[in-house]
Design a protein around this ligand. Sequence first.
Ligand code: SF4
Length: 251
Amino acid sequence: MTATLPDLAATLNGEFAGLTPLERLQAMVARVDGPVVFTTSLGIEDQMITHLIFSNDLPIQVKTLDTGRLFPETYALWRETEEKYGRRIRAMYPQAEALEELVNDQGIDGFYYAPEFRKNCCGVRKVEPLGRALAGAAGWITGLRRDQSANRSDMDYVAFDGARGLIKANPIFDWTRERIASFTAAGGVPVNALHAQNFLSIGCAPCTRAIRPGEPERAGRWWWEEETKRECGLHVDDDGRPMRADNNRPA
Ligand code: SF4
């Protein structure tokens, strides 16, 4: 009898601890019956995963959400990465009509003025395109790391995403930022020039700032909002509720 996706997720989760990141990606391809998609934000973690996929010619679709508000450095890295590996990173864009309505309704930078405006913007520019990026997929690869925040420690390597009906895997979950930086430097993997300017976690330009000494890695994301309100909407719990951006817990 074929294992259900929740059962397969639990099995893979148990196996992942003993595997390398490449072996984890290979296991997803071999064991998940259906398309596997990797969504990259072009951050250093995601660049490592992209390198593993492209260098080993893994049949994993690599997609990115172009919100239209990314840093010039991020677009430059996107181009550089495609040129280096000779592979396309597929772009997902907001729906034109929804975006026009959003901007006409709340202003081009409305996200600064009210939490719901920010959620509206992330909804149109990120969450809806992510849904299309994952449509039809059976597996979803992300670059989440356990030590990105204190409360990610009880997350799993692999889990069944009940809201989206697919297996979500975090192949570098147990890797530190330092270890990833060593990997990318040694392997000549292109990384965002902004990382060297204390932008450790990079999202949209108007919603990301450099962090100051001693601040947590993700402190530069939506810095003007209360910490408990920083939900990005990309990662949801089994009931489809957004996880908080800072710790991936239900908001
Ligand atoms: Fe909009 Fe900022 Fe969210 Fe990007 S991060 S989609 S600019 S609110």
